[in-house]
Design a protein around this ligand. Structure first.
Ligand SMILES: [Cu+2]
Length: 136
């Protein structure tokens, strides 16, 4: 009787250990979960709506990043003001990507499928400029 109780207890410990292992494994390998919890690559910080952020390079943080081709870059607006992430330069936008007006806490993503150097800007604030460098 005691022996079977020990056997049952050992079995339960083995099962719960296995469940923990399987649980941890599924979290680590799921790309969907990884995408959801991923930090944004670039943020628009507080007060980037006022001129001056370009002087210490804090309009988009960071303003230049290098990524591999087919990487999906994410931006998050952490400022109370509207901002945009728009390809090209102020007054001369290209049609590659455009977030439209992003409010506080909005995020925008774009997958870069070609290598190159891509300038972008904010349509509301001419001093806000950034660059994505995409390598093969
Ligand atoms: Cu802006």
């Amino acid at each position: 009787m005691i022996l079977s109780a020990v056997a049952v207890a050992a079995f339960l410990v083995a099962i719960s250990t296995l469940m923990l292992y399987l649980d941890g494994d599924s979290v680590d390998t799921s790309p969907d979960v990884a995408d959801v919890i991923r930090e944004p690559d670039i943020i628009m910080p507080t007060k980037s709506s006022r001129p001056g952020c370009e002087e210490d390079d804090t309009c988009y943080i960071p303003s230049i990043i290098t990524v591999d081709r087919d990487y999906t870059v994410s931006w998050a607006n952490q400022d109370a003001a509207f901002h945009s992430v728009t390809s090209g330069v102020y007054g001369n936008a290209t049609d590659l990507f455009d977030s439209g007006h992003m409010e506080y806490n909005d995020t925008f993503t774009y997958k870069f499928e070609h290598a190159g150097s891509f300038l972008y800007h904010c349509t509301l604030h001419p001093w806000m400029n950034g660059t994505i460098i995409v390598t093969e």
